[in-house]
Design a protein around this ligand. Structure first.
Ligand SMILES: Cc1cc2nc3c(=O)[nH]c(=O)nc-3n(C[C@H](O)[C@H](O)[C@H](O)COP(=O)(O)O)c2cc1C
Length: 234
């Protein structure tokens, strides 16, 4: 039986997708504050609320972009080594294997196909990658941190907070892209945020109004059928 999609929650879950091109239209501080206030209703183990959110706009956002883009360009030109920029924690496993590798490739090539970028066009791929570090032109950037000494539960709580933000944003006509790509550059970003020595960067996010004229935003992802990941035990 198909779900009857009447409900607002079901609607925003279906409408949300990762947006990778935004317009210049600004988002008011009140709107961001309201979204974060409500998003913080997310559950967390024993209500520890282990999240901290940095909202960056204007000059601060630009400083982060300038610094990170300079490093990413230097790596591309071979002037810096990628290994110099280590993430604060491993988001992905170091060895890729199926079915995750297959899904990851499908996503990557799907995105490049939408943009008309062919395999091997390193310059075009690099330029697309750089857009991550320009918040895809979004007017607002978010960075999520937690206390270094906290364990996996803190990351789970932040993930739930992030999903709430993404759904609440969608309900306001806004769009988002969660971005682990910032993590490699945490040593550049954290001092600009004024984050404490006891904090660890968990993820970034772009927030703004989708630029519907950009091809990249036409890319949609599929999901495996429920029977591939669910087992009912009676
Ligand atoms: C925690 C997290 C980090 C992500 N990091 C990036 C990123 O750095 N850059 C990017 O373009 N997309 C990033 N994504 C988006 C995923 O590629 C996307 O969620 C996935 O392909 C499913 O597509 P959808 O979000 O449009 O449904 C991230 C997603 C999550 C949940």
């Amino acid at each position: 039986m198909e779900l009857q999609l009447k409900n607002a929650v079901e609607k925003v879950i279906l409408e949300r997708h990762s947006v990778r091109a935004f317009t210049d239209r600004s988002v008011s501080e009140t709107c961001i504050r309201d979204i974060l206030d409500l998003a913080a209703r997310a559950p967390s183990g024993t209500n520890t609320q282990p999240w901290k959110v940095y909202v960056v706009v204007g000059e601060t956002k630009q400083r982060i972009t300038d610094q990170v883009v300079a490093s990413v360009n230097a790596i591309f030109r071979g002037e810096l080594k990628k290994e110099q920029f280590k993430p604060p924690y491993l988001y992905y496993s170091e060895q890729w294997f199926d079915p995750y590798l297959r899904r990851r490739r499908e996503n990557g090539w799907g995105l490049y196909r939408t943009l008309g970028i062919e395999k091997g066009n390193k310059q075009a791929m690099h330029e697309q990658q750089l857009k991550n570090y320009q918040f895809f032109n979004a007017p607002v950037g978010l960075f999520f941190t937690t206390h270094k000494a906290l364990e996996a539960g803190a990351k789970m709580a932040i993930a739930m907070l992030m999903q709430n933000i993404m759904l609440l944003a969608k309900a306001q006509g806004l769009d988002t892209c969660p971005q682990a790509s910032w993590n490699d550059y945490h040593e550049l970003i954290m001092p600009i945020l004024g984050a404490g020595e006891d904090e660890i960067l968990i993820c970034g996010m772009s927030l703004g109004y989708a630029d519907q004229s950009q091809k990249i935003n036409q890319y949609t992802t599929s999901r495996e059928n429920v029977d591939t990941f669910v087992k009912f035990l009676k």
